[in-house]
Design a protein around this ligand. Sequence first.
Ligand SMILES: Cc1ncc(COP(=O)(O)O)c(C=O)c1O
Length: 498
Amino acid sequence: MSSSTPLDLSHHLSSEAKARIANPMKSIWKLIQQRPDVVMLANGASMADTPSGDPHPSLYPLRKVEFELASTTHGDPVRTWTSLGPAAPSVLLSSSTSSPSALPLNLALQYTNGAGRPEAQRAATTLTQFYHAPPDHVTTLTLGNFDGVTKCFRLLGESGDSLLADEFAFRAITNAAAPQGVRWVPVSMDEGGMVPERLEAILDGWEERMGRKPHVLYTVPCGQNPTGTTLNIERRRSIYAIAQRHDLIIIEDDPYYFLQYPPDRITPHPLVPSFLSLDTDGRVIRLDSLSKVLAPGLRLGWLTSSSAFHAHLIALTDSSTQHPHGLGQAFLAELLSPSGWGLAGFDRWVDSLRGEYRRRRDFFMHEFERRVAVPTGVLASACAPEAGMFVWIRVCIERHPRYLGNLDVQGEATGRARTNGAQLMEELFLRCLDSGLVIVPASVFALSRDPERLERDDSAVPIEDRSNFLRATFAGTEETMCRGLEILGEVIGNFFGG
Ligand SMILES: Cc1ncc(COP(=O)(O)O)c(C=O)c1O
């Protein structure tokens, strides 16, 4: 664990966050935590039974829940689980009202505070400590990264703010900030992800007429959605140093962290250090999720931040989603307990999952070469991603017979598209759809620059002229990959041929 000096970063808080009034019931609940002997007429019963809420647990019509999940005590648990089917060894976790449980059901099913039940919160903290060892940070449960990230936008985003993000972004999330009056400033990317020099150029060149200088950077550092890129440690250090120089808060949305496939296998775990692990100032808010390593329907994740931001996030959660559902919290607490997977078992599972996704990725790349790149004369190309689930396929749109490369000679000054590449990509997407293939065009993810706020140093080609990519996933079965890539190869061949 590195040493740190958390800074006072409260000037980053939104007026919404500053104006929020704490949920008064939760404040009382916090007080009675120190008084287990009190008689509860405020809620259901005495503290011993029900620390936080009514109705009384004796009226819950649930006695026990059981979760049967893969055993992780041997070699390659994901392989065993998928290949042996119902015969695969499993482990039974249970939480009940009567027998000892890591998180007894009668407690799990009650209201709790925004950070989650302490037992479940501790389980998430164990994971964060093991993988990131951040100094002076607190973990709080979320309903997954979507929930966590959008809460961060409300914590920090102000109407009129310009916030920074990867230029191709998961728009489902970035769009969530639009109704708050937040605008996005896209930061150029290359095959290594966000380019630190471009980030610094934007900040150095920011002028007063452009409004408040960006104070938040939202980024997906591993297996970025959609480009599949992963920031290496040098870029992470540079970006963190820029964040320190320009006083940025980094929102590190990292659902693909556990799915990293670096070229060399290094033990004990070959994962690139997170921004959180570099954070000495308390300027990183990190989001982790169980969606990509266990199941998205669990709706469980956790957020790690300084205690100051934690307090504000809890206030927001206490007055909105309250906390993840009790069954999920019981599951997490049991999973990480000695009678469940424990930390070692969890680590074996994610290591094995990495192996499985690496196999799928390699299969995808092999079939892509065979069914798309070679037969079309390399009209499309792709690099194997080092993390995540996505392959970013470049289409050589400039080789299309109807491609026009110089539509708008004023383009350089105005930031408008200079080519008809975007229209051709739209046509290609529709042709794929007609042939029964759904593949996502880059235009869906592109964050356009605001023409009125072109950065002084911005020499980049407009994003519309660089959106000649398609996002595909290798998360599916081999059969789906083969069929999908076969269609893609045929459609591209025909599209360029006529
Ligand atoms: C970058 C990114 N952030 C967040 C999410 C949502 O994750 P969760 O299921 O944890 O809400 C996804 C994927 O669905 C994603 O790709």
